[in-house]
Design a binder for this molecule. Structure first.
Ligand code: ZN
Length: 319
């Protein structure tokens, strides 16, 4: 039973900006801070316990120390930690990409596939992202348009606004556009097939690798499947709205004003990623938070309280 503040790992990809440092107070010396990995047991960028007696342990080391009970019974069906939560600051366009599903990824890559979702934390006026196709196209047309560089004529560009939610099932073609800051909740996987990269070069001066053949295998050549709209639920001290629920994660957006009583039962841990405001989370331990902080509440903590005026993404693992 514990409430733990986490310190993220950072990535300085070429398209990143500086807002995670300038606006979210992240302590990182990179020129560009493209991503902060806020809830991660991935070897490419683990989160670390930020304070208290376990300060300095990676989240995975923390789980190894206290046992899988801290994750909850719903995590029992996964071999490893099931999800990865990031903040992403796209100063420039990200590559057009797709992720495989589990079946394909396990067979071809020996890793899980990736379904993900985005919550738009902030964006520039007129910002857009790429989300699936305008209409269904054939495999031949897909191949031809990749070859002659006209793919973007048939993909679906969506204007975005603060608070928008996008559910990106494995197989959905997508790209975050420039000027968008996103909270991303995803399956714990780093398998990405890049199809188009705007002709850019990486830090080594060479074009970044494309994975066109694999992308052809896994891309669903149709409009993206949206997650159905859900109602806002009113509770004492806060409102809650389900953003997406799938085999891997259940995510909610919470608006808290005052005192919100939440619960981390024996079935799943809770993660709170705070996007605005400040306050405290108490459940045995009492931890202060501000905008940008990620708080992990172990399964079995039971009722805990968030005190403050804030907005947060709440993530759990469902049945
Ligand atoms: Zn992606």
């Amino acid at each position: 039973m514990a409430v733990i503040k986490l310190e993220p790992a950072f990535k300085d990809y070429i398209w990143g900006g500086t807002r995670l440092r300038d606006d979210f107070g992240k302590r990182c010396d990179f020129d560009k801070v493209a991503e902060s990995w806020e809830l991660s047991c991935h070897k490419d960028g683990p989160s670390v316990v930020a304070e208290g007696k376990d300060k300095g342990l990676t989240l995975q080391q923390y789980i190894d120390k206290y046992g899988k009970e801290v994750l909850g019974t719903n995590c029992g069906r996964f071999e490893s930690f099931p999800i990865l939560i990031k903040l992403i600051d796209a100063k420039d366009n990200l590559s057009v990409q797709v992720h495989p599903n589990n079946e394909y990824a396990l067979r071809v890559e020996g890793e899980y596939g990736k379904t993900e979702m985005w919550y738009v934390v902030d964006c520039d006026e007129g910002a857009e992202l790429l989300y699936g196709f305008k209409k269904e196209i054939s495999k031949d047309e897909f191949a031809r348009r990749i070859a002659d560089n006209t793919l973007l004529e048939v993909t679906n560009s969506v204007p975005v606004h603060k608070g928008d939610v996008f559910f990106i099932e494995a197989g959905t073609l997508h790209a975050i556009g420039k000027g968008i800051l996103i909270a991303e909740i995803q399956q714990n996987s780093n398998t990405t097939y890049r199809i188009y990269d705007y002709g850019r070069v990486g830090k080594d001066g060479k074009p970044r690798e494309l994975h066109v053949e694999k992308a052809k295998d896994v891309t669903r050549l149709a409009p993206a499947k949206k997650y159905p709209e859900t109602p806002v639920e009113k509770h004492e001290g806060y409102t809650s709205k389900l953003m997406a629920e799938c085999e891997y994660f259940s995510t909610y957006i919470l608006d808290i004003d005052g005192k919100a009583e939440l619960e981390a039962g024996g079935d799943s841990f809770n993660n709170l990623l705070f996007l605005e405001g400040e306050g405290t989370v108490s459940g045995g331990d009492c931890v202060e938070f501000k905008k940008g902080d990620s708080i992990f509440i172990t399964a079995g903590t039971g009722k805990y309280t968030v005190n403050g005026k804030c907005k947060a993404v709440l993530t759990k693992i469902g049945k």
